[in-house]
Ligand binder design. Structure first.
Ligand code: FAD
Length: 269
């Protein structure tokens, strides 16, 4: 389908984008466009104006920041795949980004767009939740930081206010981590994805496409902390989840698949 008519503006800076957002309550940010443009074509989204922030180089970086890593929200998936800082200090992010979509998606899609969109099937949203990332946002009243655990509030809903821009993602340096994903077709969205990482001595586990938001498998984490084996801990994978049934698989199938992937991921740590 053809999108409804909209105006197009390209922001030259974050401040300019914030001013544009503030002056038009029906405007929407455009980053890589790989989630928003399909919604426009289906007319599920009908913004008055698209504010293009995709070329703001001030938000495209990966930097070491003492014991943490700071990633600009407009860093593209392909940048994450080959970034040397991530390769040295958080290879889990590069590995997960390498499995997103196809080359075209990875060269346009951004980590900020993946997180801000609030899609429970987003691979990087699960990763930032698993790593307890801090999400830095800027709005008309300045900057604030939202813990990833408080960011994903519902299906395609987040704690971002309408006039705010996600600017940076901060994660701890984590050497041991893995992301396993099963998709029906190669280069597709996850039917189920599982992240596992050792963060400050504790194993943390995240789930993709197992509910309305990216989820933490807290019961698995607690079982491991209590001394359970990987296999025993994995039996708790579906606790508190609500896996959907759709063309990619039934909820029951997803619950089984997630348990298998959690066991495999834990065995790889
Ligand atoms: P956009 O589409 O530009 O924006 C998405 C939403 O986020 C919009 O509402 C926009 O206003 C908002 N937004 C964007 N940036 C910001 C910001 N900095 N601050 C505040 N709001 C912002 N993803 C996966 O995780 N795994 C996959 O396997 C996968 N496969 C895909 C396959 C195809 C064919 C396609 C088209 C997409 C796929 N994606 C997949 C999605 C892809 O990763 C998208 O790029 C991503 O979800 C959105 O990022 P974007 O930069 O394109 O955001």
């Amino acid at each position: 389908m053809i999108p409804a008519a909209f105006a197009y503006e390209r922001a030259g800076s974050v401040d300019e984008a914030l001013a544009m957002l503030g002056s038009d309550e029906d405007a929407k940010l455009l980053a890589g466009g790989h989630s928003l443009i399909p919604l426009l074509r289906l007319r599920f989204a009908r913004p008055s104006t698209l504010i293009d922030i995709g070329r703001l180089s001030e938000l495209r970086y990966v930097r070491e920041d003492d014991d943490r890593i700071a990633i600009g929200a407009l860093t593209r998936h392909a940048d994450l795949v080959r970034d040397p800082v991530l390769a040295a200090h958080c290879p889990l992010i590069s590995d997960a980004a390498a499995g997103i979509g196809d080359a075209q998606v990875r060269h346009r899609g951004t980590i900020g767009g993946s997180i801000a969109h609030g899609d429970p099937a987003s691979d990087l949203a699960t990763i930032v939740l698993t790593l307890d990332a801090d999400l830095v946002v800027r709005g008309p009243n300045g900057e604030r930081t939202i813990p990833a655990a408080e960011f994903f509030t519902g299906m395609f809903e987040t704690a971002l206010a309408r006039e705010e821009i996600l600017t940076e993602i901060r994660v701890s340096k984590v050497q041991e981590g893995t992301y396993l994903k099963i998709a029906r077709r190669s280069e597709d969205w996850a039917t189920v994805g599982v992240a596992a990482a050792r963060v400050e001595g504790r194993v943390q586990v995240g789930l993709t496409s197992m509910g309305a938001t990216p989820l933490r498998a807290r019961s698995v984490e607690d079982a491991l902390a209590g001394g359970a084996t990987s296999s025993d801990a994995a039996t708790h994978t579906a606790d508190g989840t609500s896996p959907p049934s759709d063309v990619s698989g039934s909820g029951e199938y997803r619950a089984h698949l997630a348990q298998v992937l959690v066991r495999r991921a834990l065995e790889q740590l």
